[in-house]
Ligand binder design. Structure first.
Ligand code: ADP
Length: 629
């Protein structure tokens, strides 16, 4: 029998397969099954247009068979089949679709700069991938319309033979002689065991549109067994392994909500049913089906580096990538699910993905869908949105910070902040719609908890004036405000800021308090930059403000990150001259200046505490307080 040589590029690819340098070997089964499915598709299409063929869709199937003794795994189809010439042409050369991409790559990249393992990873290398797990492959095929069959056989790089063979009907058997195990236990033997093969079919080929059948052992209850003492015996059943019609291909109205939920809990490592299910079906410039989920809880590792985002990407029901990150922007990376498009090539690489036009279009569309769904939730079910925001709001804020501009536009109307007047979460747009006619700024106050912020003396005058304040209890909030600067042309402004843009209160007669204020300044010396009579305090005696420059939050932040250069905010001590504490100083400063000085110290330290700044000498402060008893 004449031995034929593989064409040069094929030999190179084959060498790679035979030497099996690619780690994800299991994809070979996906490739062989997808060839079988393509072959059936071709004949099916012919049968559709030519009734004399006399075959119906339901006549087609793909059968898997395992022979443990001979150590073979066989994939059979009753599709179009191949003639002797086609066997030589198709399996002897890399010439077609996916493999052609590989050829291009081999041509353009020199071996030095392209890792061949990478190339294999990028391209599903089709039929040859079976050599990663087989030391010999026989292909017995009979072309539709012919009576003769042929056997193509190859042990790898040494070439292949073609000889006449027998086959009852049209179609192809790919008989893979599985390699002996290497160092790793069960490295190849798993491909001649039913259960692992079944798992691979489920993983990669569950949605192939023709039944994939295999004999599987099933426990069968034996006669004479009782419920307390069941006896089982194995029975072999020819079973369909794949579910064929993917959930996302079924009409929304025909799927029970539980089916959507179950698909999620079974496939996405999450016991909790999702908060939201989004089945999407698009037929247009680009066609695709998608099934997206918003989880009801953030995964444990969500805000860590461990978290791996991405949607599963299918091309006509065949899995091409488990986690494709390119489909959704970072700020929606909590979305799980699948995308299936017939417009995508099976052999798409990660690098190609970034430039793939179809994928870009799908991505843009999905982003709009997710955003639309969140907006709808905001409008129709505020409670649900707040639950969502509790899980993933931080991610939206983080992303808003990352890249000012485009993302602010996208995200600003999805963010919620606590409102002093609503006593709950509010949108910036809602805040702005409630602003008073003379109000220039969006006010905010920061602190550790809502309660602590609510007690800040600086919020008093705004609250009394009926102004709404956003309470930033998440560290991130303040950075977001800082990044945004404005919303709807209204600048953000901290309640600690020297200028709150309020109409000046009726002028107090400064002269009346001058002596008292001067005394305080003299007592505190360098500790404060100014001592002024405050217009914003009602029940509290003092507060610190920082003027226009560096704020106390910034000072705290720079201290926390260990900035070398000391950054210090200006300290303006604002005194409530209507308060009993000021009156006490005013009263005692001449008769008992020592005692009045102590009052000044106490007030200053209180102001520091309220501003969230450390008091300089805590034990001196407590001694001071005790000395006043
Ligand atoms: P690709 O499927 O990307 O074209 P392959 O190397 O997997 O590349 O297969 C090469 C060609 O061999 C296919 O294009 C097809 O024409 C033919 N072929 C492979 N498997 C079968 C099969 N089971 N039945 C019919 N033709 C097949």
């Amino acid at each position: 029998m004449e031995k034929k040589e593989f064409k040069a590029e094929s030999r190179r690819l084959l060498d790679l397969m035979v030497n099996s340098i690619y780690t994800n070997k299991e994809i070979f089964l996906r490739e062989i099954i997808s060839n079988a499915s393509d072959a059936i598709d071709k004949l099916c299409l012919m049968a559709l247009t030519d009734p004399s063929i006399g075959l119906r869709r339901s006549d087609f199937e793909i059968d898997l068979a395992i022979d443990k003794e001979k150590r073979t795994l066989t994939v059979s189809d009753n599709g179009i089949g191949m003639s002797a010439e086609e066997l030589e042409q198709n399996l002897g050369t890399i010439a077609f679709s996916g493999s052609a991409g590989f050829r291009e790559q081999l041509k353009t990249e020199t071996p030095e700069n392209a890792s061949e393992a990478d190339i294999i990873g990028q391209f599903g290398v089709g039929f040859y991938s079976a050599f990663m797990v087989s030391d010999r492959i026989d292909v017995v095929s009979r072309k539709y319309g012919e009576t003769e069959a042929h056997r193509w056989s190859s042990g790898g790089a040494d070439g292949f033979t073609i000889e006449p063979a027998q086959r009852g009907t049209q179609g192809t058997d790919v008989i893979m002689h599985i390699r002996p195990d290497g160092e790793e236990k069960d490295e190849y033997s798993r491909y001649v065991r039913e259960y692992p093969v079944y798992k691979l079919v489920k993983k990669y080929s569950d949605y192939v549109r023709f039944p994939i059948k295999m004999l599987l052992p099933r426990p069968k209850e034996m006669e004479g067994s009782t419920p307390e003492d069941p006896k089982f015996e194995e029975e072999w059943v020819f079973e369909t392994l794949n579910s064929m019609v993917p959930l996302w291909k079924r009409r929304k109205t025909e799927v029970e909500p539980e089916e959507y939920d179950r698909f999620y809990t079974e496939n996405f490592d999450d016991k909790n049913v999702p908060q939201k299910v989004l089945p999407i079906s698009v037929d247009g410039k680009v066609s695709y089906d998608a099934l997206l989920y918003i989880p009801s809880k953030a995964p444990e590792d969500y805000y860590s580096d461990e978290f791996r985002p991405g949607l599963a990407l299918y091309s006509s029901g065949i899995l091409i990538m488990e986690r494709c990150e390119e489909l959704l922007p970072d700020y929606f990376n909590f979305v799980r699910g699948v995308v299936d498009s017939p417009d995508l090539s099976l052999n798409i690489s990660r690098e190609m993905l970034q430039h793939d036009r179809q994928l870009k279009l799908i991505g843009e569309h999905l982003e709009k869908k997710v955003k639309g769904e969140l907006e709808k939730m905001l409008k129709d079910d505020r409670k649900a949105y707040e639950r969502f925001f509790k899980n993933f709001g931080r991610q939206l804020k983080l992303c808003a910070l990352e890249d000012y501009g485009a993302k602010q536009e996208q995200l600003q109307d999805l963010l919620l902040f606590w409102s002093s007047t609503e006593k709950g979460l509010t949108l910036l747009s809602e805040y702005v719609s409630r602003m008073k006619p003379d109000q220039k700024y969006i006010y905010y106050a920061s602190g550790d908890t809502i309660e602590a912020i609510d007690r800040l003396p600086q919020t008093e005058v705004l609250k009394d004036g009926g102004y709404e304040i956003l309470y930033f209890s998440d560290k991130m909030d303040e950075f977001v405000a800082d990044m945004f600067r404005k919303y709807a042309d209204k600048p953000f402004r901290s309640v600690l800021d020297g200028d709150l843009g309020l109409a000046p209160a009726e002028k107090k007669d400064e002269a009346l308090y001058k002596e008292g204020l001067d005394f305080i300044k003299k007592t505190l010396g360098e500790k404060v930059d100014e001592v002024v009579s405050s217009s914003r305090l009602k029940s509290h005696p003092v507060c610190l403000s920082s003027g226009d420059g560096i704020t106390f939050e910034m000072e705290r932040y720079f201290k926390a990150v260990g900035q070398d250069m000391p950054v210090k905010a200006k300290r303006i001590l604002e005194v409530n001259t209507d308060h009993a504490a000021f009156a006490a100083i005013d009263r005692t400063m001449t008769a008992n200046p020592d005692k009045a000085a102590k009052y000044c110290e106490v007030l200053y330290n209180q102001a520091l505490l309220i501003a969230g700044l450390p008091i300089e000498d805590p034990s001196a402060y407590t001694d001071l307080l005790c000395s006043l008893w």
